[in-house]
Design a protein around this ligand. Structure first.
Ligand SMILES: [Zn+2]
Length: 285
């Protein structure tokens, strides 16, 4: 029993560390990609003064707190966004872990039958599912940050999502190949038609991203994620108009809302669909 508890605590810590570290890497990649700096070669140095950092100074979240938010060498303020992003990575990894790490709590897609496993008996497939979902979240974070900075979604990142999508056909349980294929079209095709009818209604990057995400998540979660993104983006648009920060004709990037919607769809998409179906049934009597 004690061994189980210790292992469980260890796994939770590991999930937190993987989450914060991978989102930290995504933040670095998002910062360096538009500046055409190499990601891996110079990962461990201060982006301001270029001083190489020691291993202990690169621990996500902890080193920020230990250094009180400033680079030890040049005194430059470390980015608050980076800290927030790392915290978000940790929290999302924990949510993924609690949601899909334990067979008893899983419902809908990703469900696996007959497994009684908290970590000790965690099957290889479950571990692969968790890892693949973590990679997906990491890619969404990367696209979100790059789109926020540049208002563009580079094709290169879409191809990475596409690649993860093809892997998902063999790893994610509970979603048929046909559902994955329909997912590739269910949001991207209407988007394409809308772009052709009203140029500038959506970005081409949003459309390509939605196609790749659809191949990954299948159509149910993709539609749910898109609607969530539309809701968040719409609310933000209303806020901008109300506070007169942007005029009616100006654009803001939709990608960050889309990525947030797709991540939320993974975490609670099936609950939302279930609640909607219940409501629908109730209305019909
Ligand atoms: Zn520095």
């Amino acid at each position: 029993m004690l061994r189980m508890v210790l292992l469980y605590i260890l796994s939770v810590l590991l999930a937190w560390m993987v989450g914060t570290a991978s989102f930290s890497l995504a933040h670095t990649a998002a910062y360096r990609y538009p500046r055409q700096k190499k990601l891996l070669k110079e990962h461990f140095c201060c982006d301001e003064c270029g001083t190489k950092l020691r291993a202990l100074e690169t621990v996500p979240v902890c080193s920020f707190l230990a250094l009180r938010g400033r680079c030890r060498y040049c005194g430059e303020r470390l980015s608050r966004r980076e800290l927030f992003n790392e915290l978000a990575g940790g929290v999302l990894a924990l949510l993924l872990f609690f949601r899909f790490g334990n067979a008893d709590t899983v419902a809908g897609p990703f469900q696996m039958s007959g497994a009684l496993d908290i970590i000790l008996h965690m099957s290889l497939m479950r571990l692969l599912t968790l890892l693949l979902l973590a990679v997906f979240f990491c890619l969404m974070d990367l696209v979100l940050l790059v789109d926020l900075d540049t208002m563009e979604i580079p094709n290169y990142f879409v191809i990475l999502v596409l690649f993860a999508g093809v892997v998902s056909w063999f790893v994610l349980p509970g979603i048929s190949i046909l559902e994955h294929l329909i997912g590739g079209l269910c949001v991207s095709l209407p988007m394409l038609l809308l772009i052709l009818a009203i140029p500038g209604s959506f970005g081409g990057g949003d459309m390509k991203l939605s196609a790749a995400v659809g191949l990954f998540l299948g159509w149910k979660l993709t539609v749910t994620g898109f609607l969530l993104g539309l809701l968040f983006g719409g609310l933000y648009g209303i806020y901008l108009l109300a506070s007169k920060k942007k005029g009616k004709k100006e654009h803001f990037s939709f990608g960050p809302f889309l990525c947030t919607g797709y991540m939320l769809a993974v975490l609670c998409g099936m609950d939302i669909i279930g609640a909607y179906m219940k409501l629908f049934a109730m209305i019909r009597g």
